[in-house]
Design a protein around this ligand. Structure first.
Ligand code: ZN
Length: 142
C-alpha cells in the first residue's frame, strides 16, 4: 500500500471519527445544560413551594447555563420583591446562590450599614419585577 492510497483509506475514517467526537461533545453540553436546568428548577420550586432550605443550591453558572438567569428576592421587612439578573452579579460564577442572600439588601429599608435580611423566592427565565430598589452584592464591597 502506497503512502497516497493509505492516506485516502484512512482519511474518511478520520473525518468520521472527528464528526462523531464533535457530535458527542455537543450532546454532552446539551445534557449538562438539561441537568443544570433541572437542578435550578428543583431548587427554585423548593424555595417557592417550601420556603427552602436554600442549601444546597445551584451555582450562578449552573442557573445561567440552564436558562434561569433571574433571581427573585423579597425584603423581610417591607415585603418588596425584585428580580436580579444573575449575569450582572460580580461574583465568581461557581458561587452557590445561597451565599448571595446575606449580601443582598433592600435599598428602601437600608439605614447606613444596617439592612434587614432578605430571602430568595425563586428563579425565572426573564425579569418579572423591576429591580430598582435593590442593591447588588458588588456595590457593598467598594
Ligand atoms: Zn425593604
Amino acid at each position: 500500500m502506497g503512502a497516497r492510497s493509505r492516506e485516502q483509506a484512512f482519511g474518511g475514517r478520520i473525518i468520521g471519527a472527528t464528526i462523531r467526537a464533535d457530535r458527542a461533545r455537543e450532546a454532552a453540553r446539551e445534557a449538562i445544560r438539561k441537568a443544570d436546568r433541572a437542578e435550578a428548577e428543583a431548587w427554585s420550586l423548593r424555595m417557592e413551594g417550601n420556603g427552602g432550605p436554600a442549601q444546597p443550591s445551584p451555582t450562578i453558572a449552573q442557573c445561567l447555563n440552564g436558562g434561569l438567569s433571574w433571581l427573585e428576592v423579597e425584603c423581610n421587612r417591607c415585603k418588596t420583591r425584585a428580580s436580579l439578573p444573575l449575569d450582572a452579579i460580580k461574583r465568581p460564577r461557581d458561587t452557590p446562590l445561597w451565599k448571595l442572600e446575606a449580601s443582598l439588601k433592600c435599598r428602601s429599608c437600608r439605614k447606613g450599614r444596617y439592612a434587614p435580611p432578605v430571602h430568595m423566592i425563586k428563579l425565572t427565565e426573564q425579569r418579572e419585577i423591576t429591580p430598582y430598589l435593590w442593591v447588588h452584592p458588588d456595590e457593598e464591597e467598594r
